[in-house]
Design a protein around this ligand. Structure first.
Ligand code: IMP
Length: 423
């Protein structure tokens, strides 16, 4: 069975935990897009692990974790992550971690450009500053440098020289920024490549061979549907294909080999960075839920904006990704609320939008139409079966299922592995 896990909101839906659970039954866990802008937090035996690039499945022994070609790799972050895991007793060998030779590489000039561009924008995106956008821009502009280029010093030399020739001019003239030394980057990156080369291979052959042998592949999406470059709230998006289609592009597994797409949604909504957010809470209620749900970014520590569950948004995610099953996370965060709301439409100039509008004006100026539910006012984190959930919780979940037209198969009521209900 080959399954794709996608975020159905703006990222941070709690995919890390769901992937960690599903990874138990998978042979391969594959990242297919994004880079070190992502942050997955997994708690096992009281220890917290934060992943940026390495698939969180690495915590299971005997699994093969793959960083697919669609991912942009910052070697410094990757080596840091390998070291960090080592310090927590997780040793990674080159059978467990495979990196696509076609991954594009993040360089210091990408990170700096990310921040400089952001500082000049009138309407800021609120990027993570990890160089993601500029690296993908180079990939599309056909001047990017891939892992396989790093393995060949003479190719790397030409490509880096070409890049710096153009980029140093731009840095100087447009941003009044000093520029970058070829020697330093060349030397640093060759050193890092030495340590990473054993993990780099042709992952397309690896993955397709695994599929032929009927191994189980789990594709781990980073970010979420509304941060997708095509289907997100553009331009307040990331620069990759975070939706299910990205799993094929970013790994080389053909579309007909994907069997199932599971969407992960939080029981409410959050977003980090700028951009429209129709169901966003007022400041004081937002602060309350943020503290209840510990809603701070795993990568940047930034406070996440919080709001009610938006079924207009999540339904669009079901359509775009072909989601048939849903994992609902952080349900327990709503335990103490007397009333819970779900947005079912956006009212704008007298018209109610039931499907997701991409017009910036509609998205920012609409008045959400809500359905109200009585809260359950009971602790749910100790509950382990769907039947035992309070009646009002089941009503809430059942309505979400109807609105989204997808079946809820997992409900998460806490950050630990065991705090999960299989429906
Ligand atoms: P970038 O990916 O760093 O270019 O940031 C673009 C937008 O995506 C910003 O609003 C970020 O806050 C958001 N973003 C990027 N990665 C994540 C993530 O893993 N979770 C949530 N938001 C993210």
């Amino acid at each position: 069975m080959n399954t794709v896990i996608v975020g159905a909101q703006w990222g941070d839906e709690g995919k890390g935990k769901i992937i960690d659970i599903l990874a138990q039954d998978a042979d391969y866990i594959i990242r297919y897009q994004g880079g070190s802008n992502a942050g997955h937090t997994v708690v096992v035996d009281g220890k917290e692990y934060i992943f940026h690039l390495i698939p969180s499945g690495i915590l299971h022994r005997n699994k093969i974790c793959v960083i697919g070609n669609g991912v942009v790799v910052d070697p410094q972050v990757l080596l840091g992550e390998i070291n960090d895991l080592k310090s927590k007793g997780v040793y990674i060998n080159n059978k467990q971690l495979r990196i696509s030779q076609n991954c594009h590489v993040i360089f210091p000039y990408h990170r700096i450009l990310d921040k400089l561009r952001e500082s000049k924008r009138t309407f800021k995106i609120g990027t993570t500053g990890r160089g993601i956008g500029p690296c993908y821009a180079d990939k599309i502009a056909r001047c990017g440098i891939r892992m396989i280029d790093l393995l060949n010093p003479s190719v790397f030399k030409i490509k880096l020289k070409d890049n710096l020739k153009e980029k140093n001019e731009i840095f100087k003239k447009v941003y009044a920024y000093g520029g970058f030394s070829f020697e330093k980057i060349y030397r640093d990156y060759l050193k890092m490549t030495d340590r990473l080369s054993k993990y780099i291979c042709d992952t397309v052959v690896l993955i397709n061979e695994a599929a032929r042998l009927k191994k189980s592949l789990l594709f781990e999406g980073a970010q979420g549907t509304f941060l997708d470059i095509d289907f997100g709230t553009y331009p307040y998006v990331t620069s990759s294909s975070a939706t299910a289609g990205g799993a094929c592009i970013g790994s080389g597994l053909p579309p007909l080999k994907i069997d199932k797409v599971i969407g992960v949604v939080k029981a409410y909504t959050t977003r980090v960075g700028e951009g429209p957010f129709p169901t966003e809470f007022s400041k004081s209620f937002g602060d309350f839920i943020r503290n209840q749900g510990r809603e701070f970014g795993a990568t940047t520590g930034r406070p996440r904006r919080c709001g009610w569950f938006d079924s207009v948004l999540a339904r669009q995610a079901v359509l775009v990704n072909g989601i048939s099953e849903l994992a609902i996370t952080k349900l327990d965060v709503l335990d103490t609320l007397k009333t819970i709301k779900v947005c079912t439409g956006y009212k704008y100039r007298g018209k109610i939008f039931r499907s997701f509008p991409y017009d910036a004006d509609v998205l920012t100026k609409n008045k959400p139409v809500y359905e109200e539910f009585s809260g359950w006012l009971k602790t749910t984190s100790h509950i382990r079966s769907y039947k035992q959930l309070p009646v009002n919780t089941k009503k809430y979940l059942s309505r979400l299922q109807d609105l989204l037209r997808a079946k809820i198969t997992m409900v998460s009521v806490g950050s630990r592995r065991e705090e999960t209900i299989f429906a």
